[in-house]
Design a protein around this ligand. Structure first.
Ligand SMILES: Nc1ncnc2c1ncn2[C@@H]1O[C@H](COP(=O)(O)OP(=O)(O)OP(=O)(O)O)[C@@H](O)[C@H]1O
Length: 311
């Protein structure tokens, strides 16, 4: 059963099309990854799903019901962790979660129970009486998650929840996502970190300039690039590197330079490693290591868009 169905969804701001005929469906129990560079249209899409933004065209159905016609049903069953932390500094952690859970219509002893349960879940059970101004960025984000899950939504939308936080909180968040999912919550997880999406998601959609350019399981997405190889050559300095010349090597499709690594995407059937090395040596570039990369979501993104997701 699909929990969410998005049908030719579009959003325009004046003449600008931010989301362009996006269609996708998410099954109950999935952790669905929504991957795209900054400005690709992820937030705009999920704001429409969470009814925070009006739909220009298309339809969104939650458990078969059109969310614009069943606004209360949608509100009860969806939780959103926004990109910008939205908590009240002058209320304790407990009061924050209780406030948000109350907005979803939870009352009385249930409200107290759910509030404590959510705080416990994000690892802030012992900090319930603390004001968020004493929290680290990661703890604030965890509190933000508690605010979004206390009403036990069927679908939880997370908008880049690990941006700019310490590794410990990041791991905590990723583990919470997995645990919530095991407890029956379906998750729509947006990120521009491919490693995260690869680690936790069952299926993934890649969005670029408002359009879905690929979707499927990791395996299906990686199959897009099986006729390719990715060779990464680490060098002492890329100062003399000339991407134009490197791109002329037979079989080479793309050349990306990141830090001190020259990343070649090449036709898998062409033996051109010697040529790459010869060219670098001719340009007096000192080679440190050569590695052939397993295809990953980054190579998929690069193949489909011609750009690196990190740009
Ligand atoms: N209210 C608005 N008015 C005009 N343009 C907007 C508005 N909101 C978003 N946009 C534009 O729509 C495009 C998509 O933005 P969106 O925030 O959805 O991207 P994103 O993939 O979530 O990226 P990010 O990770 O940076 O939030 C961007 O070009 C953005 O500038």
């Amino acid at each position: 059963m699909n929990i969410l169905e998005i049908d030719r969804l579009s959003k325009t701001f004046g003449d600008f099309v931010a989301v362009d005929q996006v269609s996708l469906s998410i099954g109950e129990g999935e952790i669905f990854g929504f991957l795209g560079a900054n400005g690709a249209g992820k937030s705009t899409t999920i704001h429409m799903i969470a009814s925070l933004l009006r739909i220009s065209k298309g339809e969104i159905r939650l458990l078969g019901k059109d969310i614009t016609k069943h606004a209360n049903f949608a509100k009860k069953n969806i939780g959103i962790v926004p990109q910008e932390i939205a908590i009240y500094e002058d209320m304790t952690a407990y009061e924050n979660v209780r406030f948000f859970a109350g907005l979803y219509g939870i009352r009385g002893s249930e409200l107290k129970e759910r509030t404590l349960e959510a705080l416990e879940f994000v690892g802030l059970g012992d900090k319930h009486a603390v004001y968020p101004k004493h929290f680290s960025g990661g703890m604030k984000r965890r509190l933000n998650i508690a605010c979004a899950i206390a009403h036990r939504p069927k679908l939880l939308i997370m908008d880049e929840p690990t941006v700019g936080i310490d590794p410990q909180s990041r791991n905590h968040i990723l583990n919470s996502v997995k645990k919530l999912n095991e407890m029956g919550c379906t998750i729509l997880y947006t990120s521009h970190y491919m490693e995260e999406v690869e680690e936790i998601c069952t299926r993934i959609a890649i969005i670029d300039h408002g359009k879905i350019i690929a979707q499927g399981t990791k395996k299906e997405l990686k199959a897009i690039v099986t006729d390719q190889k990715n060779i990464w050559i680490e060098v002492r300095s890329t100062e003399n590197a000339d991407p134009g010349k490197l791109r002329e090597i037979a079989g080479v499709k793309q050349v990306e330079i990141e830090d001190r690594v020259i990343k070649f995407t090449s036709d898998a059937g062409v033996n051109n490693l010697n040529k790459m090395i010869q060219q670098l040596m001719a340009d007096e570039i000192e080679i440190r290591s050569v590695e052939e990369q397993e295809p990953n979501l980054e190579s998929v993104f690069l193949t489909l868009t011609g750009r690196s997701l990190r740009d």
